[in-house]
Design a protein around this ligand. Structure first.
Ligand code: URA
Ligand code: URA
Length: 248
């Protein structure tokens, strides 16, 4: 405590105030805390802050996820910008070993600006916990950052515009594994038309990262009898992850 510096003191004070007043005063802080970034503003390398369709011209040079998020969150490259409430960048550990990739935000995600927070998201959280991962340990993102109206399937032009953002996220996070949830997400990423039975339990390569596929949690809510397959799939992921750890 003696060597607590003034920044620590200020932070502790703010945290106390946040505890007392919560959402009334600290909505913004809370959502940033969820990302628990440790990066500092020095990581920002935006020199050219010119916006092209709401995206910073040099977003590809982003040196951190915070930097990337600030570079792309105003995107208006595709028509989904007009109907979205919030741009859903992704959430979690910026150094995650596991990146979960879904399809696109739904209504809850669009409202809250965070992926997988609705009913399906709550099931995803439980699935991760079943293999001893918390949401905060992994990173969770979607192929599309904006909600397609009525939750329709992403169309190729939207994927084409948005997927480079995901590629950049992968470059910055450097995950060891990707878990693609849902056949739409998997086939979109793999540019293919597989059936789930053909691809679960196998290891693919996406942008140089080992990728596994399982059912979308929303599909599991509709078809609880498929949960046993997802259980097998995530156990495999856990095994591969443990093997990878053992190599270190
Ligand atoms: N632990 C981590 O630190 N990251 C992951 O992605 C999973 C477990
Ligand atoms: N479904 C998805 O694919 N992603 C979300 O973020 C929520 C629901």
């Amino acid at each position: 405590m003696n060597n607590e510096n003034s920044l620590d003191k200020a932070l502790r004070y703010l945290q106390q105030q946040q505890g007392l007043f919560g959402d009334v005063l600290y909505k913004g802080l809370e959502s940033e805390k969820k990302l628990h970034y440790t990066e500092t503003p020095q990581d920002s390398v935006h020199v050219n802050t010119q916006l092209i369709n709401g995206v910073k011209a040099d977003w590809q040079q982003s040196a951190s996820l915070v930097d990337l998020q600030s570079g792309i969150c105003g995107c208006t490259q595709c028509p989904l910008a007009q109907t979205r409430t919030k741009f859903v960048f992704g959430v979690g550990n910026p150094n995650a070993d596991i990146l979960v990739i879904g399809e696109a935000p739904g209504a809850d995600e669009d409202a809250q600006g965070e992926p997988f927070v609705g009913r399906a998201g709550q099931l995803l959280t439980k699935i991760l916990q079943a293999i001893q991962f918390e949401r905060e340990h992994v990173f969770i993102a979607n192929i599309l950052k904006c909600r397609p109206p009525g939750n329709r399937t992403p169309i190729p032009s939207e994927v084409e515009q948005c997927e480079p953002f995901l590629h950049k996220q992968i470059q910055l996070i450097k995950p060891k594994f990707i878990l693609a949830v849902g056949l739409t997400a998997a086939n979109t990423l793999l540019k293919s038309k597989y059936k789930m039975a053909d691809i679960r339990g196998k290891i693919f390569d996406y942008q140089g990262v080992k990728m596994l596929v399982t059912y979308h949690p929303a599909a599991l809510l509709r078809n609880p009898e498929w949960k046993k397959f997802t259980w097998e799939d995530v156990q495999l992921l856990r095994r591969l992850y443990d093997e990878e750890l053992a190599k270190k």
